[in-house]
Ligand binder design. Sequence first.
Ligand code: KIV
Length: 280
Amino acid sequence: MEQRKKISVSELASMKGRDKIAVLTAYDYCTAQIADKAGTDVLLVGDSAAMVVLGYPNTVAIGMDEMLMFCGAVARGAKRPLIVGDMPFGSYQPSISMAIENAGRFIRSGCDCVKLEGGLEIADKIKAIVDAGIPVMGHIGLKPQTAALWEGYKLQGRTAESAARLLEDAWALEKAGAFSIVLEMVASEVAEHVSKKIAIPTIGIGSGAGCDGQVLVLHDMLGIYENIKPKFVKRYSDLSKSIFEAISAYCQEVKSSRFPEEHNTFHMSPEELEKFRKRI
Ligand code: KIV
């Protein structure tokens, strides 16, 4: 049987320039198992769970307890992929000690490392978490937690000034000890340049092919939401249609007594049935 060894942070870092890194979000035991079997290198338990699983309008609504529940489920389902816990809004901003404490809770829930959104402004927190022994993935470019509160979801690195700031942020995170950085919705020229200028792998989402790896939100790539299709997403399936068709067929078959059939049915032994009849 194929040996499926757990991917470590250092192994992931060594994939830069050698193998592209396939990352997906995951939030539950079942899809984590499937994503593992299908060869995903990294599973990110993203705070996107707030939107795609819990139905909130943005990611700021989700808290530590909800995130940890998803992390535990993913960690129980996936054996080989590196599991990244996404620190939710408010769990690392207030203080360095709170950032370390909450990062530790992600590790106790089964994650291998954590991800924080932010550049230079949170480099001190990233360094402190790394110094406490917990590997950190950075996340710059579009930062959905704060973008939701300020400028909205917009392409980053469109001007020379913002491109230069992104490079500064990437350097600051690398210096702080991050082992990898997510680049979200960054102009592809900038993402490619940043990827060449830092020694740690970049994981792009909406940032073009020049990154060292790619991440997509599982529900987006599976087509679970009929009406949500950002330009950077490729749909590999049309699950909303398949799920709808399956559930419609089930409802119709229940209502018309076509389900359950004989092969879905359990029976008592004829002797016991006879005894039961006599008794009633
Ligand atoms: O929460 C999430 O799913 C993410 C990815 C979009 C990178 O942070």
